[in-house]
Design a protein around this ligand. Structure first.
Ligand code: DON
Length: 304
């Protein structure tokens, strides 16, 4: 299959498609990004790399980091992890507080903010230096040691983190947060402020497409039985209250972030990342979703 030709036609088609989405503004630093940025990188297990546009420019990975955080947590803790965070789709916005009250402080899944905050709390309890561990893990799975956080984005989110602080306070009142709230918030915002390019994210996500193994040298980074679970949660919960729509239109496990990135995988086939900052009303990249829908349609390769 001529993947580069397919990517080129997606670029041509979508570059002229009008979009109605808005760049995230609740983290002021994110609003400064050029809404016209558009890049895509496809990394196929059998045939390598294909890309277009701004695929080598780093952007704020935001909630895509929640997949890496869950991966670290599942490597360090067993099934007891899932007593503190469930694996059900929430059907609610990513930063919603409502279910937490009547579900006794147990978040629906690790990919909504509440769930990711519990994962942060777990990593802080278990690791001496969770920030370093997190970056080291990303360096390991990408082979790129220059990946780092954007301090301005980190500081910017700190000033506007009242909702995440509210989620933490509510969960702490139910006993589901063990550490100091500001410490958890600080680590959570740190992981969200990491910047990576489409190419780097596709390389990182290759472990989820490749049964937990780094493609470069076959090193087993996480057991395949754990990858199966992480991919299942991406499929059912990776897009908040649009997880059904993403499954319906694209048909791949994936994860979005408010920086405009979406990373997705086809087990045994490929990892793909697309970046376009304007977000639809559910907080997912508008053109990103279109691009992935075209990819699975034109290649005929979705998991369904
Ligand atoms: O906590 C927040 O609100 C952001 N740091 C991350 C949110 C996010 O990326 C949700 N994704 N669609």
């Amino acid at each position: 299959m001529d993947y580069q030709h397919i990517l080129n036609s997606i670029q041509t088609e979508l570059s002229s498609t009008p979009y109605t989405g808005k760049v995230a503004s609740y983290i002021p630093q994110l609003e400064k990004i050029d809404p016209k940025k558009f890049g895509m990188h496809l990394f196929c297990i059998n045939s390598g790399h294909y890309n277009f546009g701004d695929s080598n420019e780093r952007f704020s990975i935001q909630s895509i980091s929640k997949v890496f955080a869950l991966t670290r947590a599942t490597s360090l803790v067993g099934n007891e992890l899932f007593r503190r965070v469930d694996v059900e789709p929430s059907g609610n916005p990513f930063n919603s507080l409502v279910q937490l009250e009547y579900e006794n402080g147990i978040p629906r899944n690790p990919f909504i903010n509440a769930g990711a905050l519990v994962i942060s709390d777990i990593l802080i309890s278990l690791l001496d230096n969770p920030k370093k561990d997190f970056l080291d893990f990303i360096h390991k799975i990408t082979g790129t040691t220059t990946i780092d956080i954007n301090i301005k984005v980190f500081e910017s989110e700190k000033t506007y983190s009242h909702r995440n602080a509210a989620l933490l306070n509510l969960m702490k009142s139910f006993g589901n947060i063990k550490n100091d709230i500001n410490t958890v918030l600080d680590f959570y915002m740190y992981q969200c402020a990491i910047e990576m390019s489409c190419k780097e994210l596709s390389t990182a996500f290759m472990i989820y497409a490749n049964g937990g193994k780094r493609l470069l040298d076959g090193e087993q980074i996480i057991p395949s039985r754990k990858v199966k679970r992480i991919n299942a949660i991406m499929q059912t919960c990776g897009f908040y209250d649009e997880a059904g729509e993403f499954s319906f239109r694209v048909g791949l496990p994936g994860k979005s972030g408010v920086g405009g990135g979406i990373a997705a995988i086809h087990p045994g086939q490929y990892a793909v990342t697309v970046w376009s900052p304007p977000l639809n009303p559910k907080g997912n990249s508008e053109l990103g979703m279109y691009a992935l829908e075209r990819l699975t349609t034109l290649t005929g390769l979705s998991i369904f």
